[in-house]
Ligand binder design. Structure first.
Ligand code: AMP
Ligand code: MG
Ligand code: MG
Length: 306
């Protein structure tokens, strides 16, 4: 059954187990206490956990899907990967789903996997570990169509264990969590904690939020939308890149939410596309009128994000 499953099903089934394994690596490195932090640019940190989690995910997926393009945030490394970092099992729940007919027989050459092995690195280094997610997004041609958002530090009180994995496929829906609608009568907006500037502020001011939730990571902000804790995620900045938004966009779309740039255009995620999300990020929870948010962002701000 498992080997005969469709390519996209198998790819997502391995992505779920790889994201969970990467989450364990992230927890282990934090508890060992040596993050070995490097600044890749201005306010763009990388730790041992980012590097190791990427090696786990990319090696695991490349081993199974050598003909699928996999693009990870971190530079690849020629170091040997410990064998217990390479996953060989597929997630059984993913294997049990039925794909929509348009995704049943896709070619490997039309798929591209975008990996953010640790989203929310600044917050991770500051001990705000609940903001951290592992993101694996799958694009078919231009579109983000499937994604995994794993939260390594989500506490499961019933089973007394760590980690929650939310995954979704366009036309199938989302598993691992039952989305909740945000309450009416408020406009709670989530945005960056660590990449703030006057343009980010200008867009928020124009939307007149009733509350602002400044948290780390694109993955965690989309989780807040799924949990009904925020109505929109607004980031009028060129700072995010495709690996930040591919999985969150796919998961959000699978439940009827929307993620675009601040001009209302969806990003392209094919393997040849450029990485920066130059038009910023506007994501809205299911039931929100995306167009309303787009129309409220001043054109003067939009002009800065072309
Ligand atoms: P934030 O909302 O600031 O946590 O950003 C979401 C994701 O985009 C994180 O992975 C950040 O590292 C990345 N990001 C956002 N802005 C920047 C920036 N100016 N430079 C580097 N990475 C950024
Ligand atoms: Mg990121
Ligand atoms: Mg990252």
């Amino acid at each position: 059954m498992a080997q005969s499953a469709a390519l996209l099903t198998r790819l997502l089934a391995y992505s779920v187990t790889a994201a969970k394994r990467a989450g364990k690596i992230i927890r282990d490195i934090m508890s060992q206490g040596d993050l070995n932090i490097v600044d890749k640019g201005k306010n763009d940190l990388q730790t041992e956990a980012d590097r190791s989690a990427q090696r786990c995910i990319v090696t695991s997926l490349t081993k199974q899907f050598s003909d699928v393009t996999i693009i990870g945030e971190e530079e690849s490394s020629s170091c040997e990967v410990p064998t217990d970092w390479v996953v060989t099992e597929m997630d059984q729940e993913v294997l049990s789903i039925n794909l929509p007919t348009n995704l049943e027989n896709v070619n490997a050459s039309d798929l591209c996997v975008w990996v953010d092995p640790l989203d929310g690195t600044s917050e991770y280094t500051q001990g705000l570990v609940e903001h951290v997610t592992v993101l694996i997004g799958v694009a078919f041609k231009d579109r983000a169509i499937a994604g995994v958002i794993h939260q390594p530090y989500f506490r499961n009180s019933e089973s007394n264990s760590w980690g929650r994995t939310i995954w979704g496929i366009d036309g199938v829906g989302v598993k691992g969590f039952q989305p909740i609608s945000p309450i009416d009568g408020e406009r709670i907006i989530t945005t960056t904690r660590s990449h703030w500037d006057s343009t980010v502020q200008g867009a928020l001011d124009a939307l007149e939020p009733t509350n602002i939730l400044r948290v780390g990571g694109a993955g965690y902000k989309v989780v807040l939308l799924l949990e009904g804790k925020a109505h929109a995620y607004v980031f009028a900045s060129k700072g995010c890149r495709r690996w930040d938004t591919c999985a969150p966009e796919a998961v959000l779309h699978a439940v009827g939410g929307t993620l675009t740039d601040i001009h209302g255009e969806r990003y392209s995620y094919n393997s040849k596309t450029s990485y920066p999300n130059k038009g910023g990020v506007l994501a809205t929870a299911p039931g929100q009128i995306h167009q309303w948010y787009l129309a409220r962002i001043p054109s003067e701000i939009k002009q800065r994000l072309i």
